[in-house]
Ligand binder design. Structure first.
Ligand code: 5GP
Length: 195
C-alpha cells in the first residue's frame, strides 16, 4: 500500500489547533486529508457523523478496541473514548494524501512512536491557562464543570510539549497559521519531488 506522511497537531482543548488544522486543509498543495476520529461522546449540535467524528456508542467503541481496529485510542475524559481507526489512515494513504490529525497529546505522541520517521508532531501552545479558560467560555459549547475539567487537564498536557517535534505559540493567530504552513510544507515536500 502507498504510504503518505502523518501530521499531528495536539494541544490542550481551546488552544486553537482546530482552526490551524482547518487552515492547512485548505492549502491544496499540501495534499492533506483529515483523519476523522471515532468518539463515544454525544455529537454537539453542529457536528455531523462521519464528518467531525465517527460517533460510536460505548459498546461499539469497546468492541472495536477488542478487535484491534484502532491505531491508538484513549479515554480522554471519563467515559469519553476517542481513537484513530486504522482504516481511516489506510483510506487517506490509498487516495495519495497525507494524514492530518487533530488529537490530544497522548494520542499524538502514540502516533509519533508508531511512525517516528513519517510523523511531524506539532504542539500548539495557548498564551496562558487564563487565556485558555476565556476562549473555552467564549466558545459556549461546554458546561462550567466541563470547562474546569479541560483547564485542569491543560496543565498536565502543557508538560508534554517538549516531547513534540515543534511547539507553536498561538498568541497571534495569523502568525501561528504561517508558522504551521511552513513547517508542514517543509515536511511534506520531499514526497512531492518523487511524484
Ligand atoms: P472534543 O470533545 O473537544 O472534540 O475533543 C476532546 C479531546 O479529544 C481533544 O483534545 C481532541 O484532540 C481529542 N481527540 C480527538 N480525537 C482523538 C483521537 O482520535 N485520539 C485521541 N487520543 N484523542 C482524540
Amino acid at each position: 500500500m502507498q504510504e503518505g506522511k502523518l501530521i499531528v497537531f495536539s494541544a490542550p482543548s481551546g488552544s486553537g489547533k482546530t482552526t490551524i488544522v482547518r487552515h492547512l486543509l485548505d492549502q491544496k498543495e499540501l495534499k492533506l486529508d483529515f483523519s476523522i476520529s471515532a468518539a463515544s461522546r454525544e455529537p454537539r449540535p453542529e457536528e455531523k457523523d462521519g464528518v467531525d467524528y465517527y460517533f460510536l456508542d460505548l459498546k461499539e467503541f469497546k468492541r472495536r478496541i477488542k478487535d484491534e481496529e484502532f491505531l491508538e485510542w484513549e479515554e480522554v475524559y471519563r467515559d469519553n473514548f476517542y481513537g484513530t481507526l486504522k482504516s481511516e489512515v489506510e483510506r487517506i494513504w490509498a487516495s495519495g494524501k497525507n494524514v492530518i490529525f487533530d488529537i490530544d497529546v497522548v494520542g499524538g505522541l502514540d502516533i509519533k512512536k508508531i511512525y517516528p520517521e513519517r510523523t511531524l508532531a506539532v504542539f500548539v501552545k495557548p498564551p496562558s491557562i487564563e487565556e485558555l479558560k476565556i476562549r473555552l467560555k467564549k466558545r459556549k459549547t461546554e458546561s462550567d464543570e466541563r470547562i474546569n475539567m479541560r483547564v485542569a487537564k491543560a496543565s498536565i498536557e502543557l508538560a508534554t510539549a517538549p516531547q513534540f517535534d515543534h511547539i507553536i505559540l498561538n498568541n497571534k493567530l495569523d502568525e501561528a497559521l504561517k508558522e504551521a504552513h511552513t513547517l508542514v510544507a517543509d515536511f511534506v515536500s520531499p514526497s512531492k519531488d518523487t511524484e
